[in-house]
Design a protein around this ligand. Structure first.
Ligand code: SF4
Length: 368
């Protein structure tokens, strides 16, 4: 199986005129940093690729990493390609939550390969360690990743190089194999010793903060795959924000605080309906109806229902003890309706649960 990947990359201008020998998968974790530095200290130029999607990525730390670790690193947005992969169902299955770790690595490496020529680079570097993680770093999984990403002769894993077959980069002398590592298994002693030897005093904390490995965020994502036709990366950004509720295929996001309200406001799309109390402080709510409901008689009832439910999250609206006015905005047009705040509305808005996500997972993909 070969994967084709198309994704957007937003590069800083300075990078366009630079030339590199290698591109590294740079998550910001210790292993990716050490792998990058092991090649860099052989006198080769390495550009780190920091992959970003609604599920992972810390692009706000790029400047910090550049300054702290002396690495060149750029963000690479694979959000849309990633959502397409999850929607299709990852060929190598999902982990304990909705994490498709093997397919994730395949997607990143396949995409990194497409960037080699643009940077004049000849090979790829990753911080994978044989046997460190049960799903994606078993020896057979490492082989499958290399094969399915079509990077067999291009990928060097410096931390485990001495327990793996020599790569063409080592055989040709481009990389000095004797200066690579023999790390294997879950222990981190060798990595920590190497970090100390390299003078790395700020050790990144383990775990990349991938939301797909956690059940609470994964519960937010499953209804999107179940109900939204052709979901986009943008849908998952909305799922990351505020309280989440679903009524069948209809979706309501409600801000928990001012920061949520601002994030929600920035995520509103043309077809979304924004609900905001006219005269009282309230959380912002974004109603994303299933497309089939738009323009039907059901739509007005759903809007009023969602407005009553969202208003119940305003303490002042609840204390008012009667109907409140709500601004209903779509596509720049606002009208005002009156509703009585209530958590028990006919639409029965409910927070998505991990049990529902697990049921979707069993329907859609084999467990790895
Ligand atoms: S934990 Fe997340 S980012 Fe890391 S390999 Fe798995 S799916 Fe990809």
């Amino acid at each position: 199986m070969r994967v084709a990947v198309r994704a957007r990359s937003r590069y800083p201008a300075w990078i366009m005129n630079e030339r590199y020998d290698a591109l590294s998968l740079f998550s910001g974790g210790l292993d990716s940093l050490l792998a990058h530095k092991l090649i860099q200290r052989q006198g080769l130029r390495v550009l780190g690729l920091h992959f970003v999607s609604p599920f992972f990525g810390k692009p706000h730390l790029l400047d910090h990493w550049r300054a702290t670790y002396g690495v060149d690193v750029v963000p690479v947005d694979v959000g849309e390609a990633y959502v397409r992969m999850l929607e299709r169902g990852p060929a190598h299955g999902l982990g304990s939550a909705l994490n498709p770790c093997v397919d994730c690595k395949i997607l990143m490496l396949a995409h990194a390969k497409t960037l080699l020529a643009q940077h004049g680079a000849r090979f790829l570097v990753s911080g994978e360690v044989v046997g460190q993680r049960p799903m994606s770093q078993r020896r057979d999984a490492l082989n499958a990743i290399r094969r399915d990403a079509d990077v067999k002769n291009l990928l060097l894993r410096p931390l485990s190089a001495l327990v793996l077959e020599p790569t063409p980069m080592e055989e040709s002398g481009l990389v000095d194999r004797s200066r690579l590592l023999n790390a294997a298994g879950r222990g981190r002693a060798k990595q920590l010793a190497l970090a100390a030897e390299m003078g790395i005093t700020e050790i990144p904390t383990p775990g990349g903060g991938c939301r797909l490995t956690e059940k609470e965020p994964s519960a937010r994502y499953a209804p999107i795959f179940r109900h939204r036709p052709s979901p986009s990366a943008h849908d998952f950004l909305l799922a990351n924000t505020g309280r989440q509720f679903w009524s069948g295929p209809h979706w309501l996001a409600v801000g928990r605080d001012q920061a949520d309200n601002e994030r929600l406001a920035a995520l509103v799309r043309e077809d979304d309906i924004v609900l905001d109390l006219s005269e009282l402080p309230s959380p912002l709510a974004v109603l994303r109806l299933h497309p089939d409901a738009r323009g039907t008689v059901q739509e007005d009832a759903l809007v009023a229902d969602a407005a009553a439910f969202a208003a119940s999250y305003s303490p002042k609206a609840r204390r008012a003890g009667g109907p409140v006015r709500v601004d209903v905005t779509r596509g720049g047009q606002t009208r005002v309706i009156e509703v009585s705040p209530s958590r028990n509305t006919p639409a029965n808005w409910r927070e998505p649960t991990w049990a529902e996500a697990e049921a979707w997972k069993k329907e859609r993909a084999p467990v790895a």
